[in-house]
Design a protein around this ligand. Structure first.
Ligand code: AMP
Length: 187
């Protein structure tokens, strides 16, 4: 047998899940020993696949369900900008500490080793704006939890949260509940 028929699953069905799976490279021991880094650069670099993935995200949520897209630094910016362009909404960046030029809300959270801080401009959202939050990979969920909290603190309403790839064994979905997680590929 030359082909393995392992089940490829995701919240938008097996076809797009397989597409994402076909464009992920596993990089062992990056950025630290013991971490299996999921590199989605091949997906971003393939125009046809990238477009299909972006269209899949928009179709899942529905064009009318959000007013603005938030991308999480840095690979989330790539996904957010494409969704924004495809749907005619704007992009708000959630950035690592110290990068934003004007007054910002901060949220710190624990990493495996140490702590990370994310920030969003205080005036990033019009009150009640429905915000679609996107990132490339969902691992422990700390980054997502901090970001969703920042969106709400800044006056936005979280309309959805999408990642291209979710590492299910780390339990982020349970951590973020009851907020829904939309993952194109769950491994
Ligand atoms: P976490 O806060 O643990 O959910 O980590 C999510 C953030 O870290 C995302 O912005 C990802 O880009 C990045 N990340 C964490 N783990 C990985 C991994 N194994 N492969 C690629 N990116 C990762």
């Amino acid at each position: 047998m030359t082909e393995t028929h392992s089940v490829v699953r995701g919240d938008s069905g097996p076809q797009v899940a397989r597409l994402v799976a076909s464009r992920v490279l596993d990089v062992p021991d990056f950025p630290r020993p013991g971490v299996l880094f999921k590199d989605l650069m091949p997906l971003f670099a393939d125009g046809a696949v990238f477009r299909e993935v972006i269209d899949g995200i928009v179709a899942y949520h529905g064009r009318e369900s959000f007013d603005v897209v938030v991308g999480i630094e840095a690979r989330g910016f790539v996904v957010a900008a494409a969704i924004a362009y495809a749907t005619g909404v704007g992009v708000v960046p959630v950035r690592k500490a110290g990068k934003l030029p004007r007054p910002a809300y901060s949220a710190s959270y624990a990493l495996e080793y140490g702590e990370a801080t994310l920030e969003v401009h205080e005036d990033a959202f019009t009150a009640g704006h429905r915000v679609l939050v996107v990132d490339d990979v969902l691992a422990t969920g700390g980054t997502a939890e901090a970001t969703l909290g920042l969106v709400e603190r800044a006056g936005g309403t979280v309309a959805g949260f999408t990642v291209l790839l979710e590492l299910a064994f780390l339990g982020a979905r349970e951590r973020l509940a009851p907020r829904p997680v939309h993952a194109l590929l769950t491994v």
